[in-house]
Design a protein around this ligand. Structure first.
Ligand SMILES: [Zn+2]
Length: 286
């Protein structure tokens, strides 16, 4: 090909590329990030694939504190095909784990289970190839189940608890309700829902989007997931009504609902107000 033609093609391709801007979620909405296939590696496996004394180098920070997309990439190999240039995320972890979409699993020809990060026992085997070596993982390849990271303040504001399963409606051109999304609460987390590329494509979300909690629906774990992952299930938001003139701490303590409707003139003790705040109960005066 002559040089002028190559230059023209490069210019045409570059003009098609548009910088992807992260979508800012409006207040009260949940930012959604689409996670492309990626790999977490143990220190030992970093050495095996990239060489002795090798450490992962950051290419770009990720939304969760201290996590980064590294410069390093590997090739994933299954019985049917290979996927090249798969990003390694850092820093190194105690266990190696490969997270792919169901489409990837079909391409590779492997039967990866739907799991939460860290739960790799009995998951699919996979081969990884790096510049300095290869590695056969007997288990460690999963399809990551959708989840939401958040800190305690977010959890309080959204009336959810750690381990709860919620439904999230995407605010996208192809709106979709994701059911059985697991809430993960930690002071280290930043509010963000993580879905994979298949889920992102289904909802027409590329890179970043946002959604909102929908309270309708039964919050229960996906049937495919082992029972130990089902914890602290909370019933859908319900409203209690109290007509008495004085609400005490004990009244709030016994309350199982997340919303309490009281009369305009009803008094609440300071302790009762504290307890309501602690339990994340919304008081509505009518
Ligand atoms: Zn995540």
């Amino acid at each position: 090909m002559d040089e002028q033609l190559i230059r023209t093609i490069v210019e045409q391709v570059l003009s098609q590329m548009q910088p992807t801007k992260p979508t800012q979620a409006p207040p009260g909405k949940i930012p959604i990030a689409v996670s492309a296939r990626h790999v977490h590696l143990s220190e030992e496996h970093v050495k095996l694939l990239f060489g002795e004394n090798y450490t992962l180098t950051s290419k770009a920070p990720l939304s969760q504190p201290n996590q980064f997309a590294s410069q390093e990439q590997v090739t994933l190999v299954g019985p049917k095909a290979a996927l090249h240039q798969v990003r390694v995320l850092g820093p190194a972890r105690s266990l190696s784990q490969v997270e792919i979409s169901m489409t990837d699993a079909r391409t590779l020809g492997i039967d990866a289970p739907l799991r939460y990060s860290g739960d790799t026992s009995d998951s699919a085997p996979i081969t990884l190839i790096g510049p300095k070596g290869s590695l056969y993982l007997k288990e460690g390849c999963i399809i990551a189940a959708a989840h939401i990271h958040m800190n305690e303040q977010d959890a309080k504001a959204l009336h959810v608890v750690d381990g709860q399963f919620v439904n999230v409606q995407t605010c996208s051109v192809r709106p979709l309700v994701f059911q059985q999304v697991k809430v993960r609460v930690s002071s280290r987390f930043q509010l963000e829902m993580h879905i994979d590329t298949d889920e992102g494509n289904a909802a027409h979300i590329q890179g970043n989007g946002y959604g909102e909690l929908v309270t309708a629906g039964v919050h229960k774990a996906p049937a495919e997931l082992p029972p130990q992952q089902v914890q602290q299930l909370v019933p859908p938001k319900q409203t209690a009504v109290m007509t008495k003139k004085l609400i005490t701490e004990q009244d709030i303590k016994e309350l199982r609902q997340q919303e309490l409707v009281i009369k305009k003139r009803t008094m609440m003790t300071a302790l009762a107000q504290d307890m309501a705040r602690k339990k994340g109960i919304t008081i509505v005066r009518q």
